[in-house]
Design a protein around this ligand. Structure first.
Ligand code: NAD
Length: 391
């Protein structure tokens, strides 16, 4: 099949198998260009197939020689439809890991369910004995609860409506958007989906099964961002869930023997999840421009190398809330001041000039395996690619 991008709003409904493999290969090349580091040996990554979770997996496997077991929620191809990019990424990752004699297996299914937790535990027990690190990088729109009810997360404010500029990704134009205020139930549901309850359930399940070491560490990802995004992010429904994640980190550290839980606050980046948040993509296009101009722009892989290769190595420090800050460059005063100045003056006439909208789209397409110059997108490709540990 000849595979072309099909964009629907903030998502691309097709993915290119060779392009996704190229995306993974480039991230591996980046890690291989960096000094190796001491890393935990047996790592479980929940949300391993795209964005920060995939970059974490690549970093620890190729930078720290770790064995990785991943959990993802992706779709294989059918005869008419491509697989999701996360599926192709994982297929490519496993093949490259195997060729470097690195253990890599992946479980595809709902990480919130006990069934998948049990399946993962069985693989750990038979293949690895115990895990010594758990990376929780889930970004999900909904969760099926143990009684089969479904709860959805919402991206809303929590006290009053908020109006600001946003970018319409269908035509790259600016408009005003008003984010409505969530009700109590919506706030509670967002915390259920994106808060720490499931993270803690994973650690409890692993501990009960004696599938995690006493000195294991676990890390989950969060975001803070600037004041212009506070009502929709840090102080919105998703921010309430992230507060719960932080509270959960303390609970895990205080109640699971020697297991230590960390929150890493990462940089705002184009991923499938961040593209869905109103206002944030416009902020990202401005941020990219400013950070690239100052030579401090990073993608997921650079961020994750800094986390596992540098911070967890010998440079672990925390903010006043006990969080690791990988958004330190993003939040520098001069960078934020420049972003804010641009934010105030930006309009439909100067958007091309004042933002890195082209860079945003470049990364967006690459997430789905498109726009790599060395791939021939007019050529027929086999879309039915297998993930070695699944098929
Ligand atoms: P992403 O959409 O790229 O990745 C989400 C991952 O979760 C994928 O591997 C997907 O398969 C998996 N997943 C989703 N639902 C699942 C389910 N039910 N069961 C199993 N797996 C499931 O997201 P991302 O942007 O990399 O986000 C990862 C974490 O990083 C989130 O906690 C997010 O809030 C945080 N974060 C993101 C940014 C950003 O700008 N993108 C910044 C800071 C922190």
């Amino acid at each position: 099949m000849v595979v072309k991008p099909k964009i629907r709003g903030f998502i691309c409904t097709t993915a290119h198998p060779e392009g996704c493999a190229e995306n993974v290969k480039r991230q591996i090349n980046f890690i291989q260009s960096k000094p190796k580091f001491n890393c935990k040996k047996n790592i479980l990554i929940i949300g391993c197939s795209t964005g920060y979770g995939l970059a974490s997996r690549i970093t620890c496997a190729f930078g720290g020689d770790s064995s990785t077991l991943g959990v993802m929620f992706e779709h294989p191809a059918t005869s008419k439809r491509t697989a999701t990019s996360g599926w192709y990424n994982t297929a490519a990752f496993e093949k490259m890991a195997m060729s470097h004699n690195l253990y890599a297996k992946t479980i595809n299914g709902d990480a919130f369910s006990q069934k998948i937790k049990d399946q993962v535990i069985n693989v750990i027990k038979s293949d690895l004995g115990k895990v010594d690190m758990v990376i929780y990088s889930l970004a999900a729109p909904r969760r099926t609860m143990p009684d089969s009810t479904k709860v959805s997360s919402v991206l809303k404010t929590v006290d009053k409506d908020y109006t600001n500029k946003t970018i319409n990704l269908n035509n790259n134009t600016l408009s005003k958007v008003t984010i409505p205020c969530a009700n109590e139930q919506e706030i509670e549901n967002t915390i259920k989906v994106m808060g720490g309850e499931d993270w803690k359930n994973w650690i409890i399940s692993l501990k009960k099964a004696d599938a995690i070491t006493d000195d294991a560490i676990t890390v989950a990802y969060s975001y803070v961002g600037p004041e212009i995004t506070f009502p929709i992010y840090a102080e919105g429904t998703i921010g309430m869930a992230k507060n719960h994640l932080l509270k959960t980190a303390n609970e895990i550290t205080n109640s699971m023997g020697g297991i230590k839980a960390y929150i890493s606050v990462n940089k705002a980046l184009v991923t499938q999840s961040s593209a869905a948040i109103p206002i944030v993509p416009l902020y990202i296009t401005i941020l990219y421009k400013v950070m690239k101009e100052r030579g401090v722009h990073e993608g997921c892989i650079e961020q994750m190398y800094r986390l596992f290769g540098e911070k967890f190595g010998s440079n672990l420090n925390f903010d006043e809330k006990g969080r690791i800050r990988l958004d330190d460059y993003e939040m520098k005063i001069d960078i934020q001041q420049k972003v804010l100045d641009v934010w105030k003056t930006i309009n439909n006439d100067n958007i091309k000039e004042l933002t890195d909208i082209d860079g945003y789209w470049e990364e967006f397409y690459k997430m789905f395996g498109f726009n790599f110059p060395n791939i021939d997108y007019d050529k027929d490709v086999n879309i039915e690619v297998n993930v070695p540990s699944i098929d």
